[in-house]
Ligand binder design. Structure first.
Ligand SMILES: Cc1cc2nc3c(=O)[nH]c(=O)nc-3n(C[C@H](O)[C@H](O)[C@H](O)COP(=O)(O)O)c2cc1C
Length: 206
């Protein structure tokens, strides 16, 4: 690539994300769909953790978005209820690329959460149903015993999705792409939504 040429095209950011994500799925050794999720409490104090991207696209919600699943009674769940503004970050190390996504979160429909919960392996369903995510745990055996107990309770039956186990959709107001370029003269392009619902973009100094 010519050092003076732009590597990040001025295109639809969902299409660009799809192209980069497809490359990451080929190159990352594992969890190419892992992303950092930053939330903040009502006072604005931030916290961040990894979650897995389980859906994205322009057809999700009113204007497209990115979906993950979690326990709404977890620390992140409580922060999201207090303050729905969040940010996502992908860092694909093998590609030396970063994508930053910012916007509000909203809960997905219960039909969508059911569909995803029902697609998970039974042991994962049991693990999430048995977990009081983010609460103190006296000993790991307590958690494993709860998994066993639920497994016996639902023997021969489907495991119902716990109502607090759900998905969240981040509706992006900005998506920023960063790519490593020679001699640390990197390239960044930030896409922001226009008032008419389209996208505009600009390069930023790296
Ligand atoms: C690669 C990776 C993927 C993860 N994916 C999820 C996920 O999709 N959902 C989830 O609730 N936790 C996931 N976790 C665990 C979270 O990082 C975190 O420990 C947990 O959700 C509790 O976070 P909280 O106390 O801030 O709510 C993942 C962790 C890693 C390292």
């Amino acid at each position: 690539m010519d050092a003076e040429q732009n590597a990040i095209p001025q295109t639809n950011p969902f299409e660009l994300f799809a192209a980069w994500f497809a490359e990451a799925q080929d190159t990352e050794p594992n969890d190419s769909n892992a992303m950092a999720l930053a939330t903040a409490n009502a006072d604005g104090a931030p916290s961040v953790r990894m979650v897995l991207l389980k859906g994205y696209g322009q057809d999700l919600g009113d204007s497209g978005g990115f979906v993950f699943y979690t326990n709404a009674q977890s620390r992140k769940g409580e922060e999201i209820i207090a303050n729905p503004q969040a940010a996502l970050l992908f860092h694909w190390k093998s590609l030396r690329r970063q994508v930053r996504i910012e916007g509000p979160l909203s809960e997905v429909s219960s039909a969508m959460a059911d569909d995803y919960f029902n697609s998970r392996p039974r042991i994962s369903q049991l693990g999430s149903a048995a977990s009081d995510q983010s609460r103190p745990l006296d000993d790991r055996t307590t958690y494993l015993a709860r998994v066993d107990e639920l497994s016996r309770h639902y023997e021969g039956e489907d495991i119902p999705r716990p109502p607090h186990w759900t998905g969240f959709l981040l509706t992006p107001r900005a998506i920023e792409f960063w790519i490593d370029r020679p001699n640390r003269l990197h390239e960044r392009r930030r896409f922001t939504r226009t008032v008419r619902g389209g996208w505009e973009s600009t390069l930023l100094y790296p």
